[in-house]
Ligand binder design. Structure first.
Ligand code: BMA
Length: 324
């Protein structure tokens, strides 16, 4: 390994070597889509979801749009990170007064800090905005409330405090299918109150000309924070969502060190091109193994299914450096 991942060993990371003939820094799982739209009888689709290592296996929080087309979050469990069982009962959060409320939200990201798993998602109760919740056991989930005023989406927490404060990336937006959007960094002493907002990066051209948003939880490496993000272009047929890679400074993550111009993944497979929203690749989670540098990305395909792709920390960092 050329570069180091500052994180845990994950010898059981779901993994496949590069597919013969695959071009570029990322290769898709040949098992895609790993979760089909009809895994739950009451579900219309399952996509844009997040997995984490949990008790030697894996747990996750899944975006399930139900058959009334209400956006719900569901917990799920897996022995191998590939084959999942999703709880058919949508997640409810326990509020400060002890009452439980079913979440109406989407696009979760999940990470562990100390002994707690945090879920950062888009809450659509009072207009879309970034909200946080936590669990210690994937049984009881607690509400931490909205982090920002509406409208904001694509909230992604950093996995440790930076300069003594928690860090969060987000993308201020509008109430609809926002035709703009840059990534910002915010700080908090307690995960509840956020401020000191700083601009991180904006749109450029081509696949990321219209808006961008953070994807999986950033991966800490010897070169900086590895950020996989999505970018959107407007074609004559609507929005097209692809994924890219950037490296942010470790101590000042609002500073971009490298940012690859070409995408790392774009909707070119049938399960990314055809679905409820065509032409969407939307990464929400990445597992990594500090010993081998392996990285496995979970992403939504066409707002319909969950897919997986593989790469390594060396592939991503070299790609970002060589194509900045
Ligand atoms: C965004 C969100 C994402 C979705 C994308 C493409 O606004 O709703 O969950 O994947 O649009 O439809």
């Amino acid at each position: 390994m050329k570069y180091e991942i500052y994180g845990q060993s994950l010898p059981n990371i779901p993994w496949a070597e590069r597919t013969p003939g695959a071009v570029g820094p990322v290769w898709r799982s040949e098992l895609n889509p790993i979760i089909k739209r009809d895994i739950l009888p009451n579900g219309n689709s399952v996509f844009n979801s997040a997995a984490v290592p949990f008790n030697g296996k894996f747990a996750g929080v899944f975006r399930v749009d139900d058959k009334a087309r209400i956006l719900r979050l569901h917990r799920g469990f897996s022995e191998d990170g590939i084959h999942w069982e999703i709880d058919p009962t949508p997640l409810s959060l326990i509020g400060k007064d002890g009452t439980k409320t079913m979440v109406k939200g989407y696009d979760p990201r999940v990470l562990k800090i100390d002994d707690t798993y945090y879920i950062c998602y888009c809450n659509c109760v009072d207009g879309p905005t970034v909200a946080l919740a936590y669990t210690k056991d994937f049984v009881d989930f607690y509400d931490l409330g909205n982090s920002f005023l509406p409208f904001n989406r694509n909230g992604v927490l950093f996995p440790r405090k930076i300069n003594g404060k928690y860090g969060l990336l987000s993308r201020p937006s509008d109430n609809g299918h926002t035709p703009f959007g840059d990534i910002f960094y915010s700080e908090s002493p307690d995960l509840e109150f956020w401020g000191h907002h700083k601009h991180v990066m904006g749109t450029t051209c081509g696949w990321q000309e219209l808006k961008i948003g953070a994807g999986p939880v950033p991966i800490e490496t010897s070169e900086g924070w590895l950020l996989i993000y999505h970018g959107v272009l407007l074609s004559c047929n609507g929005y097209v969502y692809s994924a890219g890679v950037a490296i942010l400074d470790r101590d000042e993550p609002w500073k971009v060190k490298y940012r690859a111009q070409p995408y790392i993944l774009a909707p070119t497979e049938i399960y990314e091109q055809v679905g409820d929203v065509p032409n969407v690749v939307f990464p929400c989670a990445a597992l990594c193994d500090a010993d081998t540098g392996r990285v496995t990305i979970y992403y939504g395909g066409a707002d319909t299914v969950v897919c997986m792709a593989h790469t390594t920390v060396d592939e991503l960092i070299d790609f970002a450096k060589e194509n900045s």
